[in-house]
Design a protein around this ligand. Sequence first.
Ligand code: PBG
Ligand code: ZN
Length: 328
Amino acid sequence: MLESDFHRGRRLRMSPGVRTLVRENEIRPADLVMPYFVAETDDPGFRKPIGSMPGQFQLSLDQLEQQVAGAVANGLNSVLLFGIPKVKDELGSQAYADEGIVQEAVRRLKDRFPELVVITDVCLCEYTSHGHCGIVQKGGEILNDPTLELLAKSALSHVRAGADMVAPSDMMDGRVLAIREALDDGGFVSAPIMSYAVKYASAFYGPFREAAESTPTFGDRKTHQMDPANSREALREAAADLDEGADILMVKPGLPYLDVIRQLRDSFEAPIAAYNVSGEYSMVKAAAQNGWVDEERMVMEIMTSFKRAGTDIIITYHAEDVLRWLNR
Ligand code: PBG
Ligand code: ZN
């Protein structure tokens, strides 16, 4: 057999320069969205470590501003905000209060960093006393249609405060349409919606619920979040959200659902975001803290896998670290 008769794939792997030359996918700083947890507190300087997410904190407004300043200096383009209110009630009223913590955080960040893309998570679970994403009926059922109005009010209040984009994560049916109508009626036809279109009922959200203090006091989220066994259903959800007016489709979690990202990429033209969620972050951090893995290499490989699967936007708690590594 002649040498030229078989494929010599190694030819293009022999030097860093050639490997770079033929590299198919790359992380751009602007691909990254960093999530932050902002807490309503009278204590300036409040910076509470989240035990299950090493390196992540609940932050007061001033601490948030300081943290974001450092990240922006490193090239951070976008943030995703979650609020932890002082008081919770049955209807999650702080989610749509004009002086709510997320609304204040948006005003603060847009004032200091006008160029920063500020995205807000729209849901009720951080704001309700029962920890559910919607209005709960006696007996425990989460009511769909009555919840839509509260979600739409929340989204509108975020955009009124200056948010560049809203990201509904509740998984109620029809929420994208309800939010689109509320934004349009409010005069915000240009504010995009990044829909958590394909959101699975996942064990990977565990650490987030500690971070956001949003664990449901009873039951689970399986009547609205998707069954991890399904992927045809993901296409159905994505199509419905696009019809309702979603501008960006999100898949969540990320890593265990790369196949779903690829299917969406091949089926739709809209930008696709992957949410590399809390449990994915915590797995890497725990292994790295034990010295079992090389954190930087592992994280960059994970980020690259999102791009390879067809992701445009990566929402990740590793964003600040990745920016630092890319800048080196
Ligand atoms: C709220 C919300 C959750 C996440 C984002 N928005 C939690 C949940 O649905 O229980 C998860 C994010 C993460 O795990 O990093 N609906
Ligand atoms: Zn929720």
